[in-house]
Design a protein around this ligand. Structure first.
Ligand SMILES: Cc1cc2nc3c(=O)[nH]c(=O)nc-3n(C[C@H](O)[C@H](O)[C@H](O)COP(=O)(O)O)c2cc1C
Length: 428
Protein backbone atom coordinates (compact mmCIF):
# COMPACT_ATOMS: atom_id res chain seq x y z
CA UNK A 1 0.00 0.00 0.00
CA UNK A 2 1.27 3.48 -0.83
CA UNK A 3 1.52 6.28 1.74
CA UNK A 4 -1.32 8.14 0.00
CA UNK A 5 -3.58 5.03 0.27
CA UNK A 6 -2.85 4.77 4.00
CA UNK A 7 -3.57 8.48 4.39
CA UNK A 8 -6.90 8.03 2.62
CA UNK A 9 -7.76 5.19 5.00
CA UNK A 10 -6.88 7.10 8.15
CA UNK A 11 -9.98 9.09 9.05
CA UNK A 12 -8.85 11.22 11.93
CA UNK A 13 -11.76 12.97 13.57
CA UNK A 14 -11.35 16.31 15.23
CA UNK A 15 -12.98 16.89 18.59
CA UNK A 16 -16.79 17.01 18.59
CA UNK A 17 -18.10 20.58 18.29
CA UNK A 18 -21.32 20.03 20.20
CA UNK A 19 -22.92 17.62 22.65
CA UNK A 20 -25.17 16.41 19.84
CA UNK A 21 -22.11 15.59 17.71
CA UNK A 22 -20.38 13.88 20.63
CA UNK A 23 -23.47 11.73 21.24
CA UNK A 24 -23.89 10.87 17.58
CA UNK A 25 -20.31 9.54 17.58
CA UNK A 26 -20.63 7.24 20.55
CA UNK A 27 -24.26 6.47 21.13
CA UNK A 28 -25.97 4.21 18.57
CA UNK A 29 -28.84 2.82 20.60
CA UNK A 30 -30.93 3.47 23.69
CA UNK A 31 -28.80 0.80 25.37
CA UNK A 32 -25.67 2.89 24.68
CA UNK A 33 -27.44 5.89 26.26
CA UNK A 34 -28.42 3.73 29.23
CA UNK A 35 -24.74 2.94 29.81
CA UNK A 36 -23.84 6.64 29.70
CA UNK A 37 -26.61 7.39 32.23
CA UNK A 38 -25.36 4.60 34.49
CA UNK A 39 -21.89 6.18 34.51
CA UNK A 40 -23.15 9.67 35.27
CA UNK A 41 -25.65 8.92 38.04
CA UNK A 42 -25.04 7.65 41.57
CA UNK A 43 -26.07 3.99 41.77
CA UNK A 44 -29.13 4.59 43.96
CA UNK A 45 -30.52 7.22 41.55
CA UNK A 46 -29.83 5.12 38.46
CA UNK A 47 -31.49 2.12 40.07
CA UNK A 48 -34.51 4.24 40.96
CA UNK A 49 -34.98 4.70 37.20
CA UNK A 50 -34.21 1.09 36.39
CA UNK A 51 -36.07 -0.80 39.06
CA UNK A 52 -39.40 -2.58 39.08
CA UNK A 53 -41.78 -4.05 41.65
CA UNK A 54 -40.84 -7.12 43.73
CA UNK A 55 -39.18 -9.79 41.51
CA UNK A 56 -39.34 -7.53 38.44
CA UNK A 57 -41.19 -10.15 36.36
CA UNK A 58 -43.44 -7.45 34.83
CA UNK A 59 -40.35 -5.40 34.03
CA UNK A 60 -38.59 -8.27 32.23
CA UNK A 61 -41.75 -9.34 30.39
CA UNK A 62 -42.17 -5.85 28.97
CA UNK A 63 -38.90 -6.29 27.10
CA UNK A 64 -39.17 -9.95 26.19
CA UNK A 65 -42.68 -9.55 24.77
CA UNK A 66 -41.21 -7.58 21.86
CA UNK A 67 -38.79 -10.40 21.02
CA UNK A 68 -41.72 -12.80 20.60
CA UNK A 69 -42.89 -11.04 17.44
CA UNK A 70 -41.10 -11.34 14.09
CA UNK A 71 -41.47 -9.28 10.95
CA UNK A 72 -42.64 -10.66 7.59
CA UNK A 73 -41.49 -7.87 5.21
CA UNK A 74 -43.25 -7.42 1.89
CA UNK A 75 -41.54 -6.34 -1.30
CA UNK A 76 -42.87 -3.23 -3.02
CA UNK A 77 -42.24 0.45 -3.45
CA UNK A 78 -41.83 2.73 -0.45
CA UNK A 79 -42.51 6.36 -1.29
CA UNK A 80 -42.42 9.54 0.79
CA UNK A 81 -41.99 7.67 4.05
CA UNK A 82 -43.97 9.55 6.68
CA UNK A 83 -44.10 8.83 10.42
CA UNK A 84 -46.58 11.54 11.35
CA UNK A 85 -49.91 10.79 13.01
CA UNK A 86 -52.89 12.49 14.59
CA UNK A 87 -53.38 11.56 18.23
CA UNK A 88 -55.96 12.95 20.66
CA UNK A 89 -57.05 15.31 17.92
CA UNK A 90 -53.65 16.89 17.26
CA UNK A 91 -50.48 16.25 15.26
CA UNK A 92 -47.41 14.33 16.29
CA UNK A 93 -44.30 14.00 14.13
CA UNK A 94 -44.12 10.31 14.98
CA UNK A 95 -46.28 7.82 16.89
CA UNK A 96 -44.30 8.24 20.10
CA UNK A 97 -45.09 10.30 23.21
CA UNK A 98 -43.05 10.96 26.33
CA UNK A 99 -44.66 9.31 29.34
CA UNK A 100 -44.81 11.08 32.72
CA UNK A 101 -41.98 10.42 35.16
CA UNK A 102 -41.96 11.85 38.66
CA UNK A 103 -38.84 13.31 40.28
CA UNK A 104 -37.16 14.18 37.00
CA UNK A 105 -34.79 16.89 38.34
CA UNK A 106 -33.10 14.17 40.36
CA UNK A 107 -31.58 12.95 37.10
CA UNK A 108 -30.52 16.28 35.63
CA UNK A 109 -30.89 19.82 37.01
CA UNK A 110 -32.85 20.99 33.96
CA UNK A 111 -35.33 18.16 34.52
CA UNK A 112 -38.79 18.48 32.99
CA UNK A 113 -37.97 21.74 31.17
CA UNK A 114 -35.20 20.02 29.20
CA UNK A 115 -37.51 17.10 28.39
CA UNK A 116 -40.25 19.51 27.27
CA UNK A 117 -37.88 21.41 24.96
CA UNK A 118 -36.64 18.15 23.42
CA UNK A 119 -40.24 16.98 22.85
CA UNK A 120 -41.02 20.31 21.18
CA UNK A 121 -37.99 19.96 18.89
CA UNK A 122 -39.08 16.44 17.97
CA UNK A 123 -42.70 17.56 17.46
CA UNK A 124 -44.23 15.02 19.86
CA UNK A 125 -46.46 15.37 22.96
CA UNK A 126 -45.10 15.23 26.52
CA UNK A 127 -47.07 14.02 29.54
CA UNK A 128 -45.96 15.93 32.61
CA UNK A 129 -46.14 14.05 35.93
CA UNK A 130 -48.28 15.51 38.69
CA UNK A 131 -45.24 14.62 40.80
CA UNK A 132 -42.93 16.66 38.58
CA UNK A 133 -40.11 18.61 40.17
CA UNK A 134 -40.83 21.72 38.07
CA UNK A 135 -44.15 23.56 38.19
CA UNK A 136 -46.59 22.87 35.39
CA UNK A 137 -46.49 26.62 34.57
CA UNK A 138 -42.68 26.68 34.29
CA UNK A 139 -42.77 23.70 31.91
CA UNK A 140 -45.34 25.54 29.77
CA UNK A 141 -43.09 28.61 29.71
CA UNK A 142 -40.03 26.51 28.80
CA UNK A 143 -41.69 25.04 25.72
CA UNK A 144 -44.54 27.18 24.39
CA UNK A 145 -46.13 25.41 21.44
CA UNK A 146 -45.46 21.95 22.88
CA UNK A 147 -48.46 19.63 23.06
CA UNK A 148 -48.66 19.16 26.83
CA UNK A 149 -50.64 16.46 28.63
CA UNK A 150 -50.98 16.35 32.41
CA UNK A 151 -50.67 13.16 34.46
CA UNK A 152 -53.32 13.68 37.10
CA UNK A 153 -53.25 11.92 40.47
CA UNK A 154 -56.93 12.55 41.29
CA UNK A 155 -58.01 13.33 44.80
CA UNK A 156 -61.30 12.30 46.35
CA UNK A 157 -61.73 15.91 47.56
CA UNK A 158 -63.73 17.35 44.65
CA UNK A 159 -63.04 20.99 45.58
CA UNK A 160 -59.34 20.32 45.46
CA UNK A 161 -59.72 18.32 42.26
CA UNK A 162 -61.51 21.21 40.54
CA UNK A 163 -58.77 23.63 41.68
CA UNK A 164 -56.09 21.37 40.17
CA UNK A 165 -58.09 20.97 36.93
CA UNK A 166 -58.47 24.74 36.62
CA UNK A 167 -54.73 25.21 37.20
CA UNK A 168 -53.88 22.52 34.62
CA UNK A 169 -56.21 24.08 32.07
CA UNK A 170 -54.90 27.62 32.69
CA UNK A 171 -51.35 26.35 32.21
CA UNK A 172 -52.30 25.14 28.72
CA UNK A 173 -52.40 21.38 29.17
CA UNK A 174 -54.75 19.88 26.61
CA UNK A 175 -55.29 16.34 27.93
CA UNK A 176 -55.32 14.40 31.19
CA UNK A 177 -53.43 11.16 31.73
CA UNK A 178 -55.16 9.54 34.68
CA UNK A 179 -53.43 6.73 36.56
CA UNK A 180 -55.48 3.62 37.27
CA UNK A 181 -52.57 1.50 38.45
CA UNK A 182 -51.26 3.31 41.53
CA UNK A 183 -53.71 2.58 44.31
CA UNK A 184 -50.70 1.40 46.34
CA UNK A 185 -47.04 1.99 45.64
CA UNK A 186 -45.13 -0.91 44.07
CA UNK A 187 -42.54 -2.58 46.29
CA UNK A 188 -39.36 -1.47 44.56
CA UNK A 189 -36.85 -3.41 46.53
CA UNK A 190 -33.79 -2.00 44.78
CA UNK A 191 -34.71 1.38 46.30
CA UNK A 192 -34.99 -0.04 49.80
CA UNK A 193 -31.69 -1.90 49.47
CA UNK A 194 -29.99 1.24 48.16
CA UNK A 195 -31.49 3.38 50.91
CA UNK A 196 -33.01 5.55 48.18
CA UNK A 197 -35.13 8.40 49.45
CA UNK A 198 -36.59 11.29 47.55
CA UNK A 199 -35.27 13.84 48.03
CA UNK A 200 -31.97 12.09 48.70
CA UNK A 201 -31.06 12.36 52.35
CA UNK A 202 -27.45 12.88 53.25
CA UNK A 203 -25.83 9.74 54.64
CA UNK A 204 -22.14 8.74 54.49
CA UNK A 205 -23.02 6.53 51.50
CA UNK A 206 -24.64 9.51 49.72
CA UNK A 207 -21.47 11.59 50.18
CA UNK A 208 -19.30 8.81 48.74
CA UNK A 209 -21.70 8.33 45.80
CA UNK A 210 -21.65 12.09 45.17
CA UNK A 211 -17.85 12.17 45.16
CA UNK A 212 -17.76 9.32 42.66
CA UNK A 213 -20.20 11.21 40.40
CA UNK A 214 -19.02 14.83 40.69
CA UNK A 215 -20.84 16.17 37.59
CA UNK A 216 -24.17 14.94 38.93
CA UNK A 217 -23.39 16.07 42.50
CA UNK A 218 -22.39 19.60 41.44
CA UNK A 219 -25.54 20.02 39.36
CA UNK A 220 -27.65 18.68 42.19
CA UNK A 221 -26.12 20.94 44.87
CA UNK A 222 -26.06 24.09 42.71
CA UNK A 223 -29.79 23.95 41.97
CA UNK A 224 -33.06 24.24 43.88
CA UNK A 225 -33.86 21.43 46.28
CA UNK A 226 -36.04 18.69 44.86
CA UNK A 227 -39.70 19.40 45.56
CA UNK A 228 -43.11 18.62 44.07
CA UNK A 229 -44.48 22.10 43.42
CA UNK A 230 -47.62 20.97 41.58
CA UNK A 231 -48.81 19.71 44.95
CA UNK A 232 -48.10 22.92 46.84
CA UNK A 233 -51.68 24.02 46.86
CA UNK A 234 -53.15 20.69 47.82
CA UNK A 235 -50.95 19.12 50.49
CA UNK A 236 -52.14 20.61 53.76
CA UNK A 237 -49.26 19.37 55.90
CA UNK A 238 -46.72 21.65 54.28
CA UNK A 239 -43.53 21.03 52.32
CA UNK A 240 -43.43 17.38 51.46
CA UNK A 241 -40.06 18.04 49.96
CA UNK A 242 -38.58 17.75 53.42
CA UNK A 243 -40.09 14.35 54.18
CA UNK A 244 -38.16 11.29 53.08
CA UNK A 245 -41.39 9.29 53.25
CA UNK A 246 -43.28 11.47 50.82
CA UNK A 247 -43.58 8.93 48.04
CA UNK A 248 -45.35 6.57 50.35
CA UNK A 249 -47.46 9.35 51.82
CA UNK A 250 -48.51 10.55 48.40
CA UNK A 251 -49.25 7.19 46.98
CA UNK A 252 -50.92 5.77 50.07
CA UNK A 253 -54.28 6.07 48.37
CA UNK A 254 -55.79 9.49 48.75
CA UNK A 255 -54.76 10.52 45.25
CA UNK A 256 -56.32 7.62 43.43
CA UNK A 257 -59.81 7.51 42.02
CA UNK A 258 -61.52 4.84 44.05
CA UNK A 259 -63.84 3.61 41.35
CA UNK A 260 -65.46 4.27 38.01
CA UNK A 261 -67.71 6.97 39.50
CA UNK A 262 -64.62 9.17 39.89
CA UNK A 263 -63.76 8.61 36.25
CA UNK A 264 -67.33 9.48 35.23
CA UNK A 265 -67.13 12.61 37.40
CA UNK A 266 -63.80 13.56 35.84
CA UNK A 267 -65.29 13.11 32.38
CA UNK A 268 -67.96 15.66 33.26
CA UNK A 269 -65.49 18.16 34.74
CA UNK A 270 -62.83 18.09 32.00
CA UNK A 271 -63.66 19.22 28.48
CA UNK A 272 -60.49 18.00 26.78
CA UNK A 273 -59.32 14.47 26.06
CA UNK A 274 -58.87 11.97 28.91
CA UNK A 275 -56.47 9.02 28.74
CA UNK A 276 -56.67 6.25 31.36
CA UNK A 277 -53.10 5.16 32.03
CA UNK A 278 -52.40 1.67 33.29
CA UNK A 279 -55.23 -0.35 31.70
CA UNK A 280 -54.35 -3.92 30.68
CA UNK A 281 -57.76 -5.51 31.14
CA UNK A 282 -59.85 -5.58 27.96
CA UNK A 283 -63.12 -5.30 29.94
CA UNK A 284 -61.90 -2.10 31.59
CA UNK A 285 -60.89 -0.76 28.20
CA UNK A 286 -64.39 -1.41 26.83
CA UNK A 287 -66.00 0.18 29.91
CA UNK A 288 -63.79 3.26 29.58
CA UNK A 289 -64.78 3.57 25.91
CA UNK A 290 -68.46 3.39 26.85
CA UNK A 291 -67.95 6.32 29.27
CA UNK A 292 -66.56 8.58 26.59
CA UNK A 293 -62.92 8.21 27.64
CA UNK A 294 -60.87 9.19 24.59
CA UNK A 295 -57.92 6.84 24.95
CA UNK A 296 -56.15 4.35 27.16
CA UNK A 297 -52.45 3.94 27.74
CA UNK A 298 -51.98 0.18 27.94
CA UNK A 299 -49.27 0.01 30.56
CA UNK A 300 -48.00 -1.77 33.64
CA UNK A 301 -46.21 1.39 34.77
CA UNK A 302 -42.94 0.15 33.32
CA UNK A 303 -43.09 -2.87 35.65
CA UNK A 304 -42.86 -0.59 38.69
CA UNK A 305 -46.22 -1.35 40.28
CA UNK A 306 -47.93 -4.78 40.37
CA UNK A 307 -45.48 -7.58 39.65
CA UNK A 308 -46.44 -10.51 37.38
CA UNK A 309 -48.63 -8.19 35.37
CA UNK A 310 -49.29 -8.88 31.71
CA UNK A 311 -46.94 -7.16 29.30
CA UNK A 312 -48.85 -4.43 27.42
CA UNK A 313 -47.88 -5.85 24.03
CA UNK A 314 -49.28 -9.28 24.95
CA UNK A 315 -52.75 -7.92 25.79
CA UNK A 316 -52.85 -5.36 23.00
CA UNK A 317 -54.55 -7.54 20.32
CA UNK A 318 -57.34 -8.46 22.75
CA UNK A 319 -57.89 -4.82 23.74
CA UNK A 320 -57.88 -3.69 20.11
CA UNK A 321 -60.53 -6.32 19.32
CA UNK A 322 -62.71 -5.41 22.28
CA UNK A 323 -62.63 -1.63 21.83
CA UNK A 324 -63.07 -1.88 18.03
CA UNK A 325 -61.93 1.63 17.12
CA UNK A 326 -64.05 3.37 19.79
CA UNK A 327 -60.99 4.86 21.50
CA UNK A 328 -57.33 5.50 20.78
CA UNK A 329 -54.75 3.13 22.18
CA UNK A 330 -51.28 4.11 23.35
CA UNK A 331 -48.88 1.43 24.56
CA UNK A 332 -45.90 1.78 26.87
CA UNK A 333 -43.43 -0.50 28.61
CA UNK A 334 -40.14 -1.88 27.32
CA UNK A 335 -39.99 0.15 24.11
CA UNK A 336 -36.29 0.63 23.34
CA UNK A 337 -36.18 0.65 19.54
CA UNK A 338 -38.09 2.13 16.65
CA UNK A 339 -38.81 -1.45 15.59
CA UNK A 340 -40.66 -1.97 18.92
CA UNK A 341 -42.93 0.94 18.01
CA UNK A 342 -43.52 -0.57 14.57
CA UNK A 343 -44.50 -3.90 16.17
CA UNK A 344 -47.01 -2.28 18.54
CA UNK A 345 -48.57 -0.32 15.68
CA UNK A 346 -48.76 -3.42 13.52
CA UNK A 347 -50.74 -5.01 16.37
CA UNK A 348 -53.22 -2.13 16.38
CA UNK A 349 -51.82 0.55 18.71
CA UNK A 350 -52.28 4.18 17.62
CA UNK A 351 -49.07 5.30 19.32
CA UNK A 352 -46.42 4.26 21.83
CA UNK A 353 -44.99 6.01 24.83
CA UNK A 354 -41.57 5.83 26.45
CA UNK A 355 -40.32 6.47 29.98
CA UNK A 356 -36.82 5.20 30.78
CA UNK A 357 -35.31 5.79 27.31
CA UNK A 358 -35.75 9.56 27.53
CA UNK A 359 -34.63 9.57 31.17
CA UNK A 360 -31.39 7.87 30.12
CA UNK A 361 -30.88 10.66 27.58
CA UNK A 362 -31.69 13.33 30.14
CA UNK A 363 -29.36 11.85 32.76
CA UNK A 364 -26.53 11.42 30.26
CA UNK A 365 -26.70 14.82 28.55
CA UNK A 366 -29.77 16.92 29.41
CA UNK A 367 -31.90 18.19 26.54
CA UNK A 368 -29.35 17.07 23.91
CA UNK A 369 -29.49 13.54 25.35
CA UNK A 370 -33.29 13.37 25.10
CA UNK A 371 -33.13 14.77 21.56
CA UNK A 372 -30.56 12.15 20.58
CA UNK A 373 -32.76 9.33 21.92
CA UNK A 374 -35.70 10.64 19.89
CA UNK A 375 -33.53 10.97 16.78
CA UNK A 376 -32.36 7.35 17.15
CA UNK A 377 -35.94 6.10 17.54
CA UNK A 378 -37.03 8.13 14.50
CA UNK A 379 -34.18 6.71 12.41
CA UNK A 380 -34.91 3.17 13.58
CA UNK A 381 -38.62 3.49 12.77
CA UNK A 382 -37.82 4.91 9.34
CA UNK A 383 -35.39 2.09 8.55
CA UNK A 384 -37.72 -0.60 9.88
CA UNK A 385 -40.68 0.65 7.84
CA UNK A 386 -38.55 0.90 4.72
CA UNK A 387 -37.33 -2.67 5.13
CA UNK A 388 -40.84 -3.83 5.96
CA UNK A 389 -42.23 -2.24 2.80
CA UNK A 390 -44.65 0.36 4.19
CA UNK A 391 -44.64 4.12 3.63
CA UNK A 392 -47.09 5.50 6.18
CA UNK A 393 -48.41 4.74 9.62
CA UNK A 394 -51.87 4.29 8.13
CA UNK A 395 -50.51 1.63 5.78
CA UNK A 396 -48.57 -0.03 8.61
CA UNK A 397 -51.68 -0.26 10.79
CA UNK A 398 -53.88 -1.45 7.91
CA UNK A 399 -51.52 -4.22 6.85
CA UNK A 400 -50.14 -4.84 10.33
CA UNK A 401 -51.18 -8.41 11.06
CA UNK A 402 -49.84 -9.62 7.70
CA UNK A 403 -46.45 -8.13 8.49
CA UNK A 404 -45.84 -9.60 11.91
CA UNK A 405 -46.12 -13.04 13.50
CA UNK A 406 -45.90 -14.31 17.08
CA UNK A 407 -43.38 -17.06 17.69
CA UNK A 408 -46.10 -19.46 18.95
CA UNK A 409 -48.12 -18.83 15.82
CA UNK A 410 -45.10 -19.58 13.67
CA UNK A 411 -44.44 -22.75 15.65
CA UNK A 412 -48.09 -23.87 15.39
CA UNK A 413 -48.05 -23.39 11.61
CA UNK A 414 -45.00 -25.62 11.28
CA UNK A 415 -46.50 -28.51 13.22
CA UNK A 416 -47.79 -31.51 11.29
CA UNK A 417 -51.60 -31.41 11.14
CA UNK A 418 -51.97 -35.14 11.97
CA UNK A 419 -49.85 -37.59 13.91
CA UNK A 420 -47.76 -39.54 11.41
CA UNK A 421 -48.45 -43.25 11.23
CA UNK A 422 -45.84 -45.48 12.77
CA UNK A 423 -43.62 -47.30 10.26
CA UNK A 424 -44.99 -50.73 9.27
CA UNK A 425 -42.22 -52.50 11.12
CA UNK A 426 -43.38 -50.96 14.40
CA UNK A 427 -47.09 -51.66 13.85
CA UNK A 428 -46.74 -55.34 14.54
C1 LIG B 1 -38.36 7.01 37.16
C2 LIG B 1 -39.76 6.80 36.71
C3 LIG B 1 -40.78 7.58 37.27
C4 LIG B 1 -42.10 7.40 36.84
N1 LIG B 1 -43.08 8.21 37.35
C5 LIG B 1 -44.35 8.10 36.88
C6 LIG B 1 -45.37 8.99 37.32
O1 LIG B 1 -45.14 9.90 38.12
N2 LIG B 1 -46.63 8.81 36.82
C7 LIG B 1 -46.91 7.82 35.91
O2 LIG B 1 -48.05 7.69 35.47
N3 LIG B 1 -45.96 6.98 35.47
C8 LIG B 1 -44.69 7.10 35.92
N4 LIG B 1 -43.73 6.25 35.44
C9 LIG B 1 -44.08 5.24 34.43
C10 LIG B 1 -43.95 5.79 33.01
O3 LIG B 1 -44.90 6.81 32.76
C11 LIG B 1 -44.16 4.70 31.95
O4 LIG B 1 -45.41 4.09 32.15
C12 LIG B 1 -43.05 3.65 31.95
O5 LIG B 1 -41.81 4.21 32.28
C13 LIG B 1 -42.97 3.00 30.59
O6 LIG B 1 -42.03 1.98 30.57
P1 LIG B 1 -40.52 2.17 30.04
O7 LIG B 1 -39.80 2.91 31.12
O8 LIG B 1 -40.04 0.78 29.86
O9 LIG B 1 -40.58 2.96 28.76
C14 LIG B 1 -42.41 6.41 35.86
C15 LIG B 1 -41.37 5.65 35.31
C16 LIG B 1 -40.07 5.84 35.71
C17 LIG B 1 -38.98 5.01 35.07
Amino acid sequence: MKIKDIKALASLQGPARSTAERLSRKCYSVEDMRKLAAKRLPKSIFEYIEGGGEDEVSLRRNRSSFDDWSFLPKWGSVDNLDLSITILGGPSAMPVTLSPTGGTRLFHPEGESAVARAALTAGIPYGLAHLSTTTMEAVSAAAPGLRRWFNLEPTSDKGLLQAVLDRVSNAGYEALLVNVDCRAIGHRERDYRNGFTAPPSIKPKTVVEGMLHPAWALGFLANDAIAFPNLDADIPEGPLASSPDMWRTLLAGSYEPTDWDDIRDLRERWNGPIVLKGVVNANDAALAASMGIDAIQVSNHGGRQLDHMAAPLDVLPEIVAKTAGRMEIIVDGGIRRGSDVVKALALGADACSIGRPYLYGLAASGQAGVEHVLKMITAEMTRTMMLLGVSTIEELRAEGRDLIRHRNEAFARNQPTRIPEAPLALQK
